[in-house]
Design a protein around this ligand. Structure first.
Ligand code: EPZ
Length: 429
């Protein structure tokens, strides 16, 4: 199995191009199941999760074609992929495929609304909590689906098609909101989703669905109104920049010191996290081509954070922020409110010399100027990258094992960091 070897201590200086967002690309690709026309997605990142979803979609009958590079495009330019679900040949999403990635469960929405039936394995994904599917089932039942859970599969029918309805999510869920949006787009009549997730990736999906002929308003607020239409058509849509990747590299610069422009990044996609990064003593400014992040000379200040649904501090940046706080001049408190088991990086950061104690859902981090390199491994994507950025700032060598987690969500990670002076390489094993 490959590992990533880092010699810590170098500052980061230069430019890092930001890729298309994984968590926007996945639901957008799934939306291709809603039409028999071409859905053309630009700026699709080259990630293991994207490839896994392509396997699932092709199993349902989706054809895809990657556009060749145009003159002037570089390896940093995201791919343009055409998806065409001319005919859905199979409404089953099998365990072998769905268990690898939670988002693949979301095909249940388009399959039920377009084909009036679906059999989808209960999902897998990062081991960060129990991650049930009750909200999906409640929302789809409200739209008239009959659903049963049998032998690890959700089996759904909507013999006369889904019917618009009002539904209030008892808890904010990104995935269930994506599914509600897709399912309601082809339902008969109006759906009103309340307490919907407000994440930028929800807005990106709604914009794409509207370009395909859907009638959705209110995405980005907690009440979304969807007037169902009979059919959707093809569209061309550009995936928005990855706010979690942006924040991760901003935190890497905050950790190591240096001066980096995050090219193509948009501050409004993660303002709360940017504010916390600034409070830590790192300078952040919006520049013409993205966001400039720099910290030279001054120490890192402790900052308390609490994760929350958008526009709060994103749970997907909690581990990376904790890595930064391990080097702060004082104590900070990091509270996780979204997932009940998202502190798996704590014991791995401790291998690098970090001082962290847990009190329920709060981690108390006592900063320490020096981290020391060590072998580490993580059980989820964001935890893995927190170890990479800690390794960049640690003295000596850090070896991050189980690199496949990183490949799920960070495109060309080593190349992007090496180009800015990081000493990091992949070693095949
Ligand atoms: C999305 O996951 C993201 N994944 C996650 O990113 C992200 O951490 C999460 O949203 C929160 O922002 C993608 O977009 C592909 P949720 P999702 O449904 O949709 C509970 C990454 O590293 N819940 O908003 O699965 C759930 O257990 C990943 O890129 C129910 O109780 O998250 C959690 O506590 C990791 N019942 C909370 O809601 C349900 O039916 C929020 O989860 C559904 C969810």
């Amino acid at each position: 199995m490959d590992s990533i070897v880092i010699q810590g201590g170098n500052k980061l200086n230069g430019t890092i191009p930001i890729s298309g967002a994984k968590n926007a690309a996945l639901p957008l690709m799934i939306a291709s199941l809603l039409t028999s026309d071409d859905l053309i997605l630009e700026n699709v990142p080259h990630l293991a999760d994207v490839e896994s979803l392509i396997r699932i979609l092709t199993n349902h009958g989706v054809d895809y074609k990657v556009e060749g590079k145009k003159s002037g495009e570089t390896s940093a330019t995201g791919r343009t992929i055409h998806f065409k679900a001319g005919e859905i040949v199979d409404t089953t999403a099998p365990y072998e495929l769905v268990s690898k990635m939670r988002a693949s469960f979301w095909v249940i929405g388009p399959l039920l609304t377009r084909m009036h039936e679906a059999k989808v394995s209960l999902p897998g994904g990062c081991a960060i909590g129990t991650r049930p599917v009750d909200l999906f089932l409640e929302c789809l039942s409200a739209l008239g689906a009959q659903l049963d859970v049998e032998a690890g599969y959700v089996i759904g029918h909507a013999n006369n098609g889904l019917v618009g309805a009002g539904y209030r999510f008892p808890k904010v869920s990104v995935g269930a909101t994506h599914v509600g949006l897709m399912a309601a787009s082809l339902a008969r009549g109006q759906t009103i989703l309340e307490n919907a997730a407000r994440e930028p990736e929800i807005v990106d999906l709604a914009n794409c669905l509207n370009a395909m002929g859907a009638k959705i308003s209110g995405a980005g607020t907690s009440t979304i109104v969807i007037d169902g239409v009979e059919a959707l058509h093809g569209a061309r849509h550009r995936v928005l920049p990855d706010r979690i990747e942006t924040g991760t590299y901003a935190l890497a610069v905050a950790m190591t010191g240096g001066d980096v422009v995050l090219e193509g990044a948009k501050p409004n996609l993660f303002q709360t996290a940017l504010d916390s990064i600034e409070q830590s003593g790192t300078h952040v400014e919006t520049v013409e081509n993205g966001i400039r992040v720099h910290r030279n000379g001054n120490g890192i200040l402790p900052v308390d954070i609490t994760t929350a649904p958008f526009p709060g501090f994103p749970t997907d940046m909690q581990a990376q922020f904790m890595a930064l706080m391990t080097r702060a001049e004082g104590q900070s408190r990091i509270t996780e409110t979204i997932f009940e088991n998202r502190f798996m990086h704590v014991q791995e950061l401790a291998r690098l010399g970090a001082q962290i104690s847990l009190d329920g859902q709060t981690a108390i981090v006592t900063g320490n100027e020096y981290l020391t390199g060590a072998p580490v491994m993580a059980t989820d994507l964001r935890a893995s990258v927190s170890l990479v950025i800690a390794g960049l700032a640690a003295e000596g060598e850090t070896v991050v094992n189980r690199v496949y987690h990183l490949d799920r969500g960070f495109e060309r990670l080593e190349e992007k960091l090496t180009n800015c002076g990081g000493n990091i390489e992949r070693v095949s094993g």
